[in-house]
Design a protein around this ligand. Structure first.
Ligand SMILES: Cc1cc2nc3c(=O)[nH]c(=O)nc-3n(C[C@H](O)[C@H](O)[C@H](O)COP(=O)(O)OP(=O)(O)OC[C@H]3O[C@@H](n4cnc5c(N)ncnc54)[C@H](O)[C@@H]3O)c2cc1C
Length: 553
């Protein structure tokens, strides 16, 4: 066992989430703050390392990555050498991996990076932490003075690392998107003679449909697509942003269907087929060209989730064996006989769930009732010595975790507005006993003596994002209220942060005062419908007073 001595922060995972968090901490805290960063993979970058070769950001690079460095690079260079306006830049896998690796390398005086190493959640305790190399040959021990930062909560398990979760007969040709990319690079001719069945309609499945047509030049009649549920998507060309949805949700009291239909009219929200009402909203941003390529595919199989892929032995007068996809449940779950013989039919495995699959992005009409039945969130401010990184606002995650790091740095430096936090807490706790209990431990605590710790207050005030009209705006209002004694200072920080719309889009306003005022007006009648709890509603008035200097911004 190697004893590494002490560090200030131990960070689990070196994906986009933790790197954005770490970058802000490095910027905000003194140069002698020591970080130990541990990841199972060989390099920084998380899921991007294992993603298919043609993967690319689906939203502009200008709001993704870390705050201290532009992912799109120098704007003039971007225009002169790539002939591209910087806000149209969407980084590819190579660019993203280099960007993250450079950040860790450039800060190696402060960051000790242990690649190919796994953190041991079971064995570690609040002060002493353990991790070991992936092959188990080396074990490490380190004392953590400030905090453990868990950035593994939204780990993306990409199809490449997770085989299909149902039986598949041996002869069936299944390829991950990575394998399709490699095989096409090796033998384009052979790959063009196949027919393809894409399994899954998340980001990976959508990218596969585009790659097959755009790069491999597969005729769309030779592509079939198994879609278990249709999703609402954001339009890249229609000026859509994840923010548009919160605004529409507020207008329609969280009724996803009405909000999405108006978004569709405004062209900020799109769906694959206008005759089919999606049941889920996820956050892919798709361009008009990509949407056209998806719609080119006419063989769409909507029979729920596939449960098996079987060889179908040939009949006497038929030379080739066929292949059949079986489905489990749903109105029509009859088997689908694929359109090519087994040796010419490639199943493209794109079925891993991807990130943020939990309840909080399931944007459904009965969202409110569903939510109540689901397990409570794991929270962010778990204890004085542990934080779990999660979203505060709509994806991309980068700005959420940069704000969390700013809060952590302010807490560390003693510049949080504790008085304001107490005022908000007291307002939340007023008339205790009459309201339903919230998932937050402090809001349901019986022995309220008002002596809340900083962590308890943060845990109650800043809650994990959920797809409701109110939560993202409320989190923003809380952040601006408490991060510094002067909300103008927090706002200035936000405006200078390239990861925030406020920072990256000239003239963009967050209208936070307006938002809080709207919640106050709505709260009396139907606050719950937009996702506000009783406790949230009670802190709106003192919060409005606190952020008053931000009126009009
Ligand atoms: C194909 C694809 C495309 C995407 N495109 C976009 C996009 O364009 N825009 C966008 O905003 N989002 C996109 N996403 C979402 C993406 O998940 C987030 O942007 C972000 O990368 C999530 O990063 P993460 O760090 O939370 O997770 P990951 O990238 O999965 O990183 C988690 C890391 O934690 C490590 N880890 C886990 N447990 C341990 C342990 N015990 N010990 C040590 N290490 C551990 C893992 O090895 C991993 O490296 C995409 C996702 C996928 C799959």
């Amino acid at each position: 066992m190697i004893d590494l001595g002490e560090c200030d922060y131990l960070i689990v995972g070196a994906g986009a989430t933790t790197l954005a968090f770490l970058d802000t901490l490095v910027t905000e805290l003194p140069d002698d703050t020591k970080f130990v960063l541990v990841d199972k993979k060989a390099a920084p970058g998380g899921h991007w390392i294992d993603s298919y070769g043609y993967v690319q950001l689906h939203q502009p690079s200008i709001v993704y990555g870390i705050a201290s460095k532009q992912l799109e690079g120098n704007w003039l260079k971007c225009m002169l050498t790539q002939f591209m306006m910087p806000w149209n830049h969407r980084a590819n896998k190579i660019e993203i991996l280099k960007y993250f690796a450079d950040f860790v390398e450039e800060n190696k005086k402060q960051i000790d990076f242990y690649s190919d190493s796994v953190y041991d959640f079971e064995k570690s305790n609040e002060d002493v932490h353990f991790f070991s190399s992936m092959d188990g040959s080396v074990s490490y021990k380190v004392k953590v003075n400030v905090k453990l930062i868990d950035g593994s909560a939204n780990e993306n398990i990409v199809p490449h690392n997770s085989p299909l979760q149902f039986p598949v007969d041996e002869e069936v040709r299944v390829m991950t998107t990575n394998q399709v990319y490699d095989a096409h690079n090796e033998n384009q001719k052979e790959m063009r003679t196949n027919k393809y069945v894409v399994l899954g309609a998340g980001k990976t499945g959508m990218d596969a449909v585009v790659y097959l047509q755009r790069t491999m030049k597969i005729d769309p009649v030779d592509i079939a697509w198994v879609i278990s549920q249709d999703v609402w998507m954001s339009s890249l060309n229609g000026g859509g942003s994840p923010k548009s949805h919160s605004i529409l949700l507020l207008k329609y009291d969280n009724d996803m269907q009405k909000a999405a239909l108006e978004g569709e009219e405004q062209r900020s929200i799109v769906r694959l087929d206008k005759d089919i009402m999606p049941t889920v909203f996820k956050f892919p941003l798709v361009s008009d060209e990509e949407l056209k390529l998806y719609r080119n595919v006419k063989t769409i199989i909507r029979r729920g989730r596939a449960t098996a892929i079987r060889r179908r032995a040939n009949s006497k007068d038929d030379d080739d064996d066929g292949v059949v996809v079986e489905f489990g449940s749903g109105d029509d779950h009859s088997p689908w006989e694929a359109f090519a013989p087994i040796d010419k039919c490639v199943f493209v495995h794109a079925t891993s769930p991807g990130p943020f699959v939990g309840s909080f992005t399931a944007y459904q009409p009965d969202h409110q009732e569903k939510k109540e039945k689901e397990t409570p969130s794991i929270g962010i401010f778990n204890s004085e010595k542990k934080m779990t990184l999660n979203l505060l606002f709509e994806p991309p995650i980068s700005i959420s975790v940069s704000c969390l790091a700013k809060i952590e740095a302010s807490r560390n430096k003693g510049t949080l507005d504790l008085e304001c936090m107490k005022r908000l807490m007291l307002a939340r706790m007023k008339m205790k006993g009459e309201e339903e209990k919230s998932s937050s431990s402090i809001d349901s605590r019986e022995d309220n003596n008002n002596n809340y710790t900083e962590n308890e207050m943060l845990d109650a005030l800043l809650q994990q994002y959920e797809l409701t009209a109110a939560r993202p705006m409320l989190n923003l209002a809380v952040f601006l209220s408490i991060c510094d004694k002067d909300p103008l200072v927090s706002m200035k920080w936000m405006k200078q942060n390239r990861l925030a719309f406020l920072g990256s889009i000239p003239g963009f306003k967050c209208h936070v005062c307006n938002g809080v005022q709207k919640f106050i007006t709505k709260g009396i009648i139907d606050g719950k419908k937009v996702g506000l709890t009783e406790q949230d509603m009670r802190m709106l008035e003192p919060m409005k007073e606190q952020i008053q200097p931000l009126e009009g911004m």
